[in-house]
Write a protein that binds this ligand. Structure first.
Ligand SMILES: Nc1nc2c(c(=O)[nH]1)N[C@@H](CN(C=O)c1ccc(C(=O)N[C@@H](CCC(=O)O)C(=O)O)cc1)CN2
Length: 292
């Protein structure tokens, strides 16, 4: 079993991005600029957005953080997005999810200019990805592809089982793994909560991507020897032994599955950490497309 270490891969990607940005600055090219909107005061969202801003500073990107009150109207949020759409200095826009219940997520995502949609959640980005056209790829599936690339794990001809059909992880993951690329060309089965006999599918898988949000769901008797296991789960569960009061749990029962696996991502320290590098790569791409 080999551990796929998100900390190591993510640090390498951040370093590469920093070199590219230093190079751009030396050539007098535009500095990439990421704008993030955070609505309300969800603890996890605060942590993730703070990390995004910190990484912008580390790489040398400009960043703008717009904090809005929990009870802000949908209309005001849409106006804030429009200001960022119109701002030629802003290359990438993200609205941290989840949003308060009174705001319709799809409306907010669709309001972002697709050329600045560095989260890759906009229908135009999703459509381009599906058609195999240049696209912003959502951070989690993109991070997984960057991880396969870093460890040079061959995927062509393999059977991949993706568990979870969300628009931001499961569906794009199935498109990427089945696509015609060096770390694609898999035969993909997309499973979900209504799949009959899930174990029958996972036992046939060479690659399993667990993205269903159920801590410890994938057990040792559900995987075949040597399978590649990618754990996307990041559920916070109470844990009084931790200073924070909670622990992060993945969708994979690591103790049972790791000894049987060929490669496995840990939680924490796996896929979650890759998402920042993926987002920053999209932001640089947005800047390059718009300003050269
Ligand atoms: N606009 C967006 N909202 C959300 C996204 C997103 O990509 N765009 N994804 C998630 C949250 N997220 C980034 O925003 C994110 C989640 C997890 C991690 C991460 O580093 N996880 C660590 C554990 C960190 C912890 O202690 O909480 C790990 O897995 O090792 C980074 C970013 C939902 N919202």
């Amino acid at each position: 079993m080999q551990l796929l270490d998100g900390k190591v891969v993510s640090a390498a990607i951040i370093q590469q991005l920093k070199s590219k940005v230093d190079d751009r600055k030396q050539k007098g090219l535009k500095t990439p600029h990421l704008a993030a909107i955070l609505v309300g005061s969800n603890g996890a969202s605060e942590t993730y957005v703070a990390s995004k801003v910190r990484h912008c500073e580390q790489i040398g990107f400009d960043s703008t953080l717009i904090r809005l009150d929990d009870n802000i109207s949908e209309e005001t949020l849409l106006q804030e997005i429009e200001k960022l759409n119109q701002d030629n200095d802003v290359d990438g826009i993200l609205v941290q999810l989840p949003l308060p219940k009174h705001i319709k997520e799809s409306k907010v995502i669709e309001a972002i200019n697709a050329d600045k949609d560095v989260d890759g959640f906009h229908p135009v980005s999703a459509g381009n990805l599906m058609l195999g056209l240049p696209s912003f790829i959502p951070a989690t599936p993109y991070g997984i592809m960057l991880m396969l690339e870093h460890y040079n794990i061959p995927t062509a001809g393999k059977h991949a089982v993706v568990i979870g059909r969300s628009n931001i992880v499961g569906r794009p993951m199935s498109v990427l793994l089945s696509g015609q690329s060096k770390y694609g060309n898999c035969t993909v089965t997309l499973c979900h909560s209504k799949t009959d006999d899930l174990k029958k599918h996972t036992l046939q898988a060479d690659i399993i991507v667990a993205a269903l949000g159920k801590p410890g769901f994938l057990k040792g008797d559900m995987v075949k020897e040597g399978a590649i296991i990618i754990d996307v789960g990041i559920t916070r569960v109470e844990d009084s032994t931790k200073k924070s009061g909670f622990a992060i749990k993945g969708d994979v029962d690591f103790a049972e599955v790791a000894p049987k696996s060929g490669y496995i991502t840990p939680v924490p320290g796996g896929v979650g950490l890759m998402t920042i590098g993926a987002l920053m790569t999209n932001t640089l791409q947005a800047c390059e497309r718009m300003h050269g």
